[in-house]
Design a protein around this ligand. Structure first.
Ligand code: HEM
Length: 372
């Protein structure tokens, strides 16, 4: 079945257009960077573009320099350690089989919420060792967060962020005095500057691992399912059995063409020039990964599926000192998600029109497919 028409606008076309007009633009008091070389310039020069953009302390993403490196050294092993990753693979497979086991095929499903968000939330809860009964609350939070982000209402997004912190604080409070051996317990026992991490630091680290991940993983899952429904030949190739490297390279390339993790911010530390535009010290600079990943100056045909050729320039997981430490973890989760989906079905095809997520989000709001 051919792709049904999109019901609404596709912001990627707007980013493509903007980048073509000028790769660096000033909009609503911000400098927006759409071009691949210019985004690369920003994120690889932390001495010129600082990550300390928010008035809230954000660990490690709001830090610069030596302090940033110390926090990365403390928290990276949780996300990258091969033993941790083996544990995640095992529980992710269990979770995806449960999620798919609840369906009677053939079935029509909405891939972002019914598959992606459900899977991401359940894997996170088990990985972190949190109470299973938080699942409903976190799924509601993912939906509310997307609605608030779309609205552009800062008071609403602030309340939603606070609600998430409250969930984390509740989980930390419940654990005090308990003997546990899981990822959260290990983090709570970490020594920062010779003493256990304070709640404020724990909440910030856990917020980074969870709130970003839950939303972006579900959106990544939606983009992958939509691509497979649209490209029967790639679906057939992945079904036929390919190496892990080829499988993961295909997922990275699908996400490059339609990167749902749209933007991050920096602040200029000195007056400078970027892509011919003057940037003043103190100005906020927003890098648009989605636009940069489709820059024809680097990817001659941005919509061509060429995993090997495009891999070296793919910016889905960022670049420079703040590049995503969760890359191996999320690649693993997306690999298991896709592999189990293909194993449980003979075909994934479009069932109804899909809808795009609106800025500041990316990817799809809904992907309705038929699993048979
Ligand atoms: C699901 C797909 C994901 C995508 C597309 C993604 C993408 C990114 C990108 C582009 C950055 C760079 C931000 C910047 O330069 O300002 C980043 C940073 C980060 N990501 Fe991810 N990420 C994903 C999943 C995850 C997961 C699963 C985790 C952890 C469980 C995670 C944790 C982080 C953290 C802590 C940072 C901040 C690093 C720093 O500032 O040093 N991400 N991510």
């Amino acid at each position: 079945m051919p792709a049904p028409p999109l019901q609404d606008r596709d912001p990627r076309r707007e980013y493509d257009q903007a980048r073509q007009t000028c790769p660096v633009q000033r909009q609503a008091g911000k400098v927006i960077v759409y071009g691949h070389p210019e985004v690369t310039e920003v994120v690889t020069q932390p001495e010129l573009f600082s990550s300390a953009v928010s008035r809230f302390r954000q660990l490690p993403n709001g830090l610069d320099g030596a302090e940033h490196q110390q926090w990365r050294a403390l928290t990276d092993p949780y996300l990258m350690d091969p033993e941790n990753l083996r544990e995640v693979e095992h529980l992710a497979r269990q979770v995806m089989r449960e999620v798919l086991g609840g369906l009677t095929l053939p079935a029509t499903v909405e891939a972002v919420s019914d598959l992606g968000a459900r899977y991401a939330v359940r894997v996170q809860l088990r990985w972190l060792g949190w109470q299973a009964d938080l699942e409903g609350q976190l799924l509601d939070w993912v939906q509310e967060n997307r609605r608030a982000s779309r609205s552009g209402d800062h008071a609403w997004t602030g309340r939603v962020a606070e609600a998430f912190d409250a969930i984390i604080r509740g989980e930390l409070a419940r654990r005090r005095g308990q003997e546990r051996d899981d990822v959260t317990a290990r983090l709570m026992n970490e020594q920062g500057s010779g003493r256990p991490l304070q709640d404020e630091a724990l909440v910030s680290v856990l917020r980074n691992w969870t709130s970003g991940d839950l939303g972006s993983l579900a959106l990544c899952a939606g983009v992958i399912v939509a691509f497979l429904a649209e490209h029967a030949e790639v679906q057939a190739r992945l079904r036929a059995g390919v190496t892990t490297q080829e499988f993961d390279a295909a997922l990275d390339e699908i996400l490059r063409m339609d990167d749902p993790f749209v933007a991050n911010r920096r602040v200029a530390l000195r007056d400078t020039r970027l892509g011919g535009v003057a940037v003043a010290r103190g100005e906020v600079v927003q890098v648009n990964w989605t636009a940069a990943n489709r820059d024809p100056r680097v990817f001659a045909d941005p919509d061509a599926f060429c995993p090997a050729k495009h891999a070296p320039d793919n910016l889905v997981y960022g670049l420079g000192p703040h590049a995503c430490p969760g890359r191996a973890l999320s690649t693993l989760e997306l690999h298991v998600f896709t592999e189990e989906l293909l194993r449980a079905t003979h075909s994934v095809t479009w069932a109804a029109a899909s809808t795009r997520e609106l800025p500041p989000g990316g990817g799809y709001a809904t992907v309705v497919v038929r699993l048979a």
